[in-house]
Design a protein around this ligand. Structure first.
Ligand SMILES: *Cc1c(COP(=O)(O)O)cnc(C)c1O
Length: 426
C-alpha cells in the first residue's frame, strides 16, 4: 500500500475508482490543500477554486475563525444527541433566528435532510393548521428542480439520471414550469389541498436559471392569497452567494427583521445548508415562525447529529464571517464586474452564447448541444490554466468562487477564463 504522503494524483484517482462507488464523475485533479480562494493538488500546482464545493465554501477554504471555532469545540464536547441539552445549541439557535429574522430553527446536517424536514413541516401544517384531510396534502414544485438525493426528493425530480430505477416514488407533489406564475396560479385556483410551494430562488443545478424580476414576489403573494406556505430552498443561493444574504430577499441585502429595508419576499419556511458552515462541517437548518414550526412536537422528527455542539459553534463562526468581512457586498460588486467583463468578450465570441447569474453565482452557456463534451473539455483546459470549474449540464459551466475573492484575483480569473475560451473559438 502506498504511503498517503507519497501518493501521486494517478494513484489517488485509481484508489477512488477501484474502491469507491461510481456515483460521481470528478474532474481529474486531486486536491490536498486549500486556503482562501485557492486549492492545491498533490503535485503542488495551485488553482483558483471556481466551484466552492457547490457554493459551500463561500467564506474561503480553511477560514481561520471557522476552523478555530471547530477545533475549540472539538476538544471540549462534540456530541450529546438531543437526548440531553448542550451549552452550544441554545445560543446558536438564538443567533441564527435573529440573524435571519425567524422565531424558530430546526437544526439538521445535510441539505437534503433540511429539505425533507421542510416537506414534513409543510405537510404537518397542512393537516394540523390548514385542515386538509389526512394524506391529501400536495406540495407544488418546479420542473428542473434540484433539492437533493433522498427517495422522496428524487420522486419529484425530472432528471432521469437522478431518478431512474429508484422507484417506487413518494406521492403528493405537483410539478409546474419554473418562473411561471400563471401555472402556479392555475394550480392554486383549481386545488384546495395545496400545503406549500417549494422553490429555488435561482435554479442552481439546472444551470443557474435566474427567474424574471417579480417572480418570487408574485409567487409569494399568490401563496398568501391561497393560504399556502412559501418554502424557499436557499441551500445553494443563501448566505451571501447571490450578492444578498438570501436570494429570495429581492433587492434588500439582508433578511434581518431589524434591517431598515423590508425584504421583498420573506419565505414561510427557509431551508439553509452548504455555506452555513463555511464548508468545514455538514450543517443545515430549517427556519420558520412559531405558527408553522410549532406543528413539530417531541419525537415527531429528529437527527442524532442535528444541533450538535460542533455544528452550532461552526455555524455561528461561519455566519459571523459573512457580516464581518462584508461578503454579501463583495459578492454583489465582483458579480457585476465578472458579468460585465465576460459580456464584453461574448460580443465577439462564437463559443460562448451568454453569461447569467447574480452575485457570484454565475454560468456561461456554451454554443454547443447538451450532449456535446465541449463544456467538459473547456473545464479540463481551465484546470490546466489554473482554475477549477465544472459543467452543470453538457453545455453549461457554473462559476462560483469563494466570496472572499479580491478584485485583482477576480480579474486574474477572468483573464484565465477568456484565454481558455479563446482556444476553443472556431
Ligand atoms: C446542494 C443542494 C441540496 C442538497 O444538499 P446536500 O447537502 O447535498 O444534501 C438541496 N437543495 C439545493 C438547492 C442544493 O443546491
Amino acid at each position: 500500500m502506498p504511503l498517503l504522503n507519497t501518493l501521486s494524483s494517478k494513484e489517488a484517482m485509481n484508489l477512488e475508482h477501484n474502491y469507491g462507488a461510481h456515483n460521481y464523475h470528478p474532474l481529474p485533479v486531486v486536491l490536498n490543500r486549500g486556503e482562501g480562494v485557492y486549492v492545491w493538488d498533490i503535485e503542488g500546482k495551485k488553482y483558483y477554486d471556481f466551484l466552492s464545493a457547490y457554493s459551500s465554501v463561500n467564506q474561503g477554504h480553511c477560514h481561520t475563525a471557522i476552523v478555530g471555532a471547530m477545533k475549540r469545540q472539538a476538544e471540549t464536547l462534540t456530541l450529546t444527541s438531543r437526548a440531553f441539552y448542550n451549552d452550544q445549541l441554545g445560543p446558536y439557535e438564538q443567533y441564527i433566528t435573529q440573524y435571519f429574522g425567524f422565531d424558530k430553527v430546526l437544526p439538521m446536517n445535510t441539505g437534503a435532510e433540511a429539505v425533507e424536514t421542510a416537506i414534513k413541516i409543510t405537510r404537518r401544517w397542512a393537516y394540523k393548521i390548514k385542515g386538509i384531510p389526512e394524506n391529501k396534502a400536495k406540495i407544488i414544485v418546479c420542473e428542473n428542480n434540484f433539492h437533493g438525493r433522498t427517495t422522496t426528493i428524487i420522486s419529484f425530480s425530472n432528471d432521469p439520471t437522478a431518478k431512474k430505477h429508484f422507484g417506487p416514488y413518494t406521492d403528493g407533489f405537483i410539478k409546474i414550469p419554473y418562473d411561471d406564475t400563471n401555472a402556479l396560479q392555475k394550480v392554486l385556483e383549481t386545488h384546495n389541498d395545496i400545503a406549500g410551494f417549494l422553490v429555488e430562488p435561482i435554479q442552481g443545478e439546472a444551470g443557474v436559471y435566474v427567474p424574471s424580476e417579480d417572480y418570487l414576489k408574485t409567487a409569494k403573494a399568490l401563496c398568501e392569497e391561497h393560504n399556502v406556505l412559501f418554502v424557499a430552498d436557499e441551500v445553494q443561493t443563501g448566505i451571501a452567494r447571490t450578492g444578498r444574504l438570501l436570494a429570495s430577499c429581492g433587492n434588500c441585502s439582508c433578511a434581518n427583521k431589524d434591517c431598515s429595508d423590508t425584504p421583498d419576499v420573506k419565505p414561510d419556511v427557509l431551508i439553509l445548508g452548504k455555506a452555513l458552515s463555511g464548508g468545514v462541517y455538514p450543517v443545515s437548518a430549517v427556519l420558520a415562525n412559531d405558527a408553522v414550526m410549532n406543528v413539530i412536537t417531541p419525537g415527531s422528527h429528529g437527527s442524532t447529529f442535528g444541533g450538535n455542539p460542533v455544528a452550532a459553534a461552526v455555524a455561528i463562526a461561519a455566519l459571523e464571517v459573512i457580516k464581518d468581512e462584508q461578503l454579501t457586498e463583495n459578492a454583489e460588486q465582483l458579480g457585476q464586474l465578472f458579468r460585465a467583463q465576460l459580456n464584453e468578450y461574448i460580443k465577439d465570441s462564437t463559443i460562448v452564447k451568454l453569461v447569467r447569474g447574480k452575485g457570484l453565482l454565475n454560468a456561461i452557456v456554451i454554443n454547443d448541444s447538451e450532449e456535446s463534451d465541449t463544456a467538459w473539455n473547456i473545464c479540463l483546459k481551465l484546470r490546466d490554466n489554473g482554475l477549477l470549474a465544472k459543467p452543470t449540464h453538457g453545455n453549461i459551466i457554473r462559476f462560483a468562487p469563494p466570496l472572499v475573492m479580491t478584485e485583482d484575483q477576480l480579474l486574474d480569473c477572468v483573464a484565465i477564463i477568456i484565454k481558455t475560451l479563446k482556444a476553443f473559438e472556431v
